[in-house]
Each structure stands twice: as C-alpha cells, then as structure tokens.
Design a protein. Structure first.
Length: 329
C-alpha cells in the first residue's frame, strides 16, 4: 500500500529556488528494489548539476544521490538485505531528498552498527568516489608511497576524505583550496602540502614542491578553470582524472596538448564502478574498513532540515561549506 511521503522535487532546471518540498506517494519495492526510510540524506555538488540542468533529468524529478536509514521492505530477488536492516547507499536515479523512497537494491549495503546515520548518509557518494579514484583510477605504474598527487578542492567533502585516504596510502597529496582557513583544514586532514589558488599560481607551486618533476596524477573536480593548469602539473606519462566540473565543463581541446609528455586524460564516473551489487559491496567494504580503523573520519559539518534544501544549495554553491553536509527529513 503506498504511503504519502515528503520529497524535494524539481519541475524545471534552475537555481535553488526550483527545489520544492512536495507530498508524493511511495509504493512497495518491485523485483530487485528496496524501500528505505531515511534518517539522513547526503548533500553533494553533483546535485547542483542535476538541479541546474547540466545533467538532464526527465521532469518532474527527485534529487539527491545518497542516504542512510532503515530498510522497510525488499522486492523479489533481493537477498542481501531484509526489513529492519540499517542501510546506506549511493545510487541513481536521484531521489534521496525524501522521507522515504524505493530504489535499486544493488547499490544499497548494510550500514555497520558503529557508523551513525548522519555519517552514513554523508560518506557513501563521497567516500566511494575517493575509493574509485585513489584505488582504481591510477597512472601508469600505479601509486606508491611517496608519490605526489594533486587534488583540487581539497577542503570539500570529497577532498577531506581524499586527504586522509592518501595519507593512509603514504602518498604526498598536494591540495588546492580557496582560503587560508580551507588550506589549514586540508593540512589537518592529511594533505602534505596546500595551495591557496586565490593567492598563488598552483602550477608554479606544484613545480616548486615537486622539484620541477610534476605529479603522477591530478584529481580534478573543478573542470574548466583548472584543466589547462592541471595538465601542466603532470610529469611524463601522468594522468589527469577529471571527475567533476564545478566551474563548468571542460571545453573541447586538441590532443596535441597531451603529446609533449605522453599524458593520459580520463573522465571517470562513480556509477560505472558501481555497476553490480558485488562491486558496490567490495568498494563499500574498503570504505567501511578505512573508517573503522580510524584512517578516515567523515566530517559532518552542517545539518539542514529537508525543507531547507534550497538554502543548503545556496551555501554549497557559494562555497560556504567545508567537509560534508546532510539533510534531515
């Protein structure tokens, strides 16, 4: 029997003002699906891309891609979850900004008892993104202790997790951020070096830090504004992994830009890595293990009521947030 739940919906692309709190019917899960009642919903910059229309959606649409709560029901063929389980997920299609929802079960995993719901909701999309970047999106020869990597937006939700994870791997992470306070936060979380890109030329600073050799890999969620500079920071055979576009998408470019140093460019996405239940579980186990042994902590800095989703988006786009933020239904 469907129940009436509250959810943030969008009817047309636009600014934060298009986010509407509405009542929607939520039914029971079908084959391969699960119904979850949320205790917390994650907030991510990718939500802005969907809201603005950069990533198109069929309208009207839900929004939000990660959450944590209690399993209320499972559909036919779902064997790894049962009603009453504590669970967390990062998944498509969007729809996490809600009190309850039905979603594909393959991307839902049991949440360990020692991890609270706010942390679970904040860690899945960001933590699994760091997992696939640092563990699976690697340059030729892999990443070894002592290697330099450059990570843009190091004081954001993904960046702070990456700083800690890289430190645990023995990597020398060079982080960029937009203020002295954010740079200090990245250092506190494990960055070996930080660059305030508003005051410093990050290309020149990376050259200074690495003795002119450059880094093995650049992890870039900024896109348009940093793309050319990121390429300049790479050593020969280096890899540029563009996994976001907070400043706008990377424009078309000539492959000749890569020729001088035989560079590689990749545009990886989380959900190609989460294509199966087995892959999702393996990646989640790695993330949960890092958190359980204290190598990574998840900084939940802001909590907003579900009804205040528009304000949360305003803060996110104004770069007022650090670490992770969640919506509370």
């Amino acid at each position: 029997m469907p129940t009436i739940e509250r959810a943030i919906r969008i009817h047309t692309p636009g600014g934060p003002e298009v986010l509407r709190l509405e009542e929607v019917p939520v039914g029971m899960p079908g084959p391969g699906e699960v119904r979850i009642r949320h205790h917390a919903c994650g907030l991510n910059f990718i939500d802005v891309y969907y809201r603005s229309g950069l990533y198109p959606l069929d309208m009207p649409a839900g929004i939000g891609m990660e959450g944590a709560g209690i399993v209320e029901a499972v559909g036919e063929g779902v064997a790894h979850l049962q009603p009453g389980d504590r669970a967390a997920y990062a998944c498509q299609p969007p729809g996490a900004y809600s009190t309850a929802r039905v979603l594909p079960a393959k991307n839902v995993v049991r949440l360990p008892d020692e991890i609270d719901y706010d942390t679970g909701a904040a860690m899945m999309l960001k933590g699994l993104t760091v997992q696939y970047l640092l563990r699976q999106t690697q340059p030729r020869g892999g990443l070894l202790p002592g290697d330099f990597v450059l990570f843009h937006a190091a004081a954001g939700g993904v960046g702070l997790i990456a700083c800690q994870w890289a430190r645990a791997m023995g990597l020398k992470l060079i982080g960029t951020a937009g203020s002295p306070e954010k740079c200090a936060l990245a250092l506190l979380n494990g960055a070996a070096h930080v660059i305030d890109y508003r005051r410093e030329d990050f290309v020149a600073r990376v050259a200074d830090i690495t003795g002119g050799q450059g880094v093995k890999v650049v992890y870039d969620s900024v896109g348009n504004d940093t793309f050319a500079g990121s390429l300049q920071c790479l050593r020969p055979f280096g890899l540029l992994a563009v996994f976001g576009s907070s400043s706008g998408p990377v424009p078309p470019f000539s492959l000749q830009m890569l020729a001088a140093k035989s560079l590689y460019v990749s545009r990886p996405t989380l959900f190609t890595h989460l294509a199966s239940r087995e892959a999702t579980q393996e990646m989640a186990d790695d993330l949960f293990g890092m958190v359980a042994r204290g190598a990574v902590t998840i900084p939940v800095e802001r909590r907003y009521p579900l009804a205040d989703a528009a304000r949360a988006h305003q803060d996110l786009e104004a770069r007022l947030t650090t670490g992770c933020s969640v919506l509370i239904p």
